[in-house]
Design a binder for this molecule. Sequence first.
Ligand SMILES: Cc1cc2nc3c(=O)[nH]c(=O)nc-3n(C[C@H](O)[C@H](O)[C@H](O)COP(=O)(O)OP(=O)(O)OC[C@H]3O[C@@H](n4cnc5c(N)ncnc54)[C@H](O)[C@@H]3O)c2cc1C
Length: 392
Amino acid sequence: MDFDLSDEQRMIVDTADKIARTFGADYWLEKENRHEFPQDFMDELGRAGFLGFCIPEEYGGNGLGMTEASLAFEALGAKGGGAAPGLLYLLASVFGGLSVFNHGNEAQKRAYLPRIASGRLLVSLGLTEPDAGSNTMNTRTFARKDGDDYVINGNKIFISGVENAGAIVLVTRTTKKEDAEKKSLGLSLFLVDLPQAAIRHTEIPKHAGDYIGTYELGIDDLRVPHSALLGQEGLGWYHVLDTLNPERIIAAVAALGVGKAAVYQAVRYANQREVFGRAIGSHQGIQFPLAAAYNKLECAWLATLKAATLYDKKAPQKKVGDVSNIAKFAATEAAVEAVYHAMQTLGGYGFAKEYHIERWWREVQLMRLAPITQQMTLNYTAEHILGLPRSY
Ligand SMILES: Cc1cc2nc3c(=O)[nH]c(=O)nc-3n(C[C@H](O)[C@H](O)[C@H](O)COP(=O)(O)OP(=O)(O)OC[C@H]3O[C@@H](n4cnc5c(N)ncnc54)[C@H](O)[C@@H]3O)c2cc1C
């Protein structure tokens, strides 16, 4: 167990700090107000090599791992990005990059990974459906074999980034649940270029994070060639599982980013704001909640780094899953608490957009719901770690 950063890891954190000076809290306030995708930020990440973690050098990546990705994106978030950098990394490199790296064929890897690593290609994930929600087994979007092609029909909901994405990983059924040998069989993934006339998208006006659009999709007779299949037909659920752990690790990183950004902002404010002749930060009533929230964020950070390290060491999936799940839960709980107390610390200014806390207050709520809800992480711990009966 070594808690020291290597020279290379230290350089990554320094680079993240430098990027955060340009793309700090004011940048994200402006992006959200303008409802504008942060392409200049993505370009900068591409230049820094930050979208190529977990992608080997031969495919344009930097060959480093989830640990380095966590270090980079936690720093970008904590230094003012909030949850945004982590969420964008999830969208750019985890949904797309890892799915293609883990299950793509050589042609798909060569065609997609270098563009993902450079920031030129964003890949959305089309998993959630209106009638399935957290239960992916109930996916209804269906890919019917037609000669050498597949014809896809169905609906997806809450799919992020579609308008800025050059491709989407569509989760479909190729065998209906009722006809499958096991309900987890018969799902298949397709890597489909965007835009497509057969995929209609309608933006969902939403609570927070307006720097990335979130959409409802209607897929009508989308014809794709066999070469669009990602991985093996029928094993899509098992392929999705391979990205679940990194997804939870980076979700934890996004939560830590927003939690820490809020604590740092509250501390800066509490040190300056004088009300009864002294800085409000000198009152324990202000200090203790911020200190407690910070302690919890740091504990969650340790769990996150442990999960990332296990992932990079290729530890058994269950072992990585246990810690990734705990990290996502703990980071989100700590972040919600941190933003809550930061809001109280700023008093009325916590409500003013220019102080950022109200944006992070909205943003942190997303971490309770996506990419997995807090309840589903508790279901995991209850069943898979504690050995309690499955409750659903
Ligand atoms: C802004 C945003 C962006 C998103 N981006 C994407 C994206 O890019 N791609 C994508 O595929 N999806 C995306 N999602 C979808 C997200 O992953 C889902 O919203 C989430 O997984 C929950 O599904 P649901 O909303 O259908 O809730 P449901 O599954 O309907 O759950 C509703 C509530 O019931 C609880 N619940 C359900 N079952 C149980 C149970 N067995 N035990 C205890 N509690 C339970 C849940 O925890 C939740 O609180 C996004 C969502 C949002 C809000």
